[in-house]
Design a protein around this ligand. Sequence first.
Ligand SMILES: [Zn+2]
Length: 265
Amino acid sequence: MFGWLRARRRRRWLTEPFPPMWEETLRRQVKQVERMPAELMEKWRQRIQVFVRETSWEGCRDLKVTDELRVVVAAYATLLVLGFEDEWLSRVRHVLVHPTPYQGRRARIGVEGIDYSQDNWMQQLEDDVEDEHLGEAWCEGGTVIIVWSEVPTSEHLVPPGTNVVLHEFAHVLHELLSSWFPTAYNDRGESWLETFQNEYGRQVRDANRGRRSLLDDYAAESPEEFFCVATECFFERPIRMQSQSPTLFNLLKQCFRIDPMNWMT
Ligand SMILES: [Zn+2]
């Protein structure tokens, strides 16, 4: 779509009031809404409005994609970029939703060229490994896949601090910020990337020693997974992260340009 056309459509959507049913869904399902300062909340609603409408949504295995589902997923996807002025995660064009964890194959090629209207779209990928998936992010094809039963809502019980939407969209952001990481420094002149690598090293050592840590063991899988798992915790359990891992908390605060403590206290 041409940029001006997209901008015009967004402006039109934003003149429409935020649907009361969506507001009700947010209040009931997304706990971060409860204490969100009014100004940020308004910005968040606008992004949800745009994201719900600009994204193509598809339910897998007979899952019906409801407005409630769209609003909850859009809320977490846009919470991630609430601190950015002009970024809308517009790289993500398709969201596929599975009802429950699925047997997936880790593919060797991207999703460009995959025909999702076919039931066998998974088989169109070049297969590598088969295992249980909770979600995937295909940055090049602009597709994010998530499992609805793993999204924290009043009906879904998920381990505290986890959020598959934040996790998969963090993969997208990780790619978008790849050139920013090596150039970022904090007020004391310390390199963002170096500090992050130290934190990752600590995570790996804790995992190897079987020591319990704030983050799930999966965080030790790779620096990128560490970033995504830490992102879930940053937005879901900021108070705990700030007290137990203040260095990591500050790194993410700098990266996301937002402080979740603003809506916790
Ligand atoms: Zn991941």
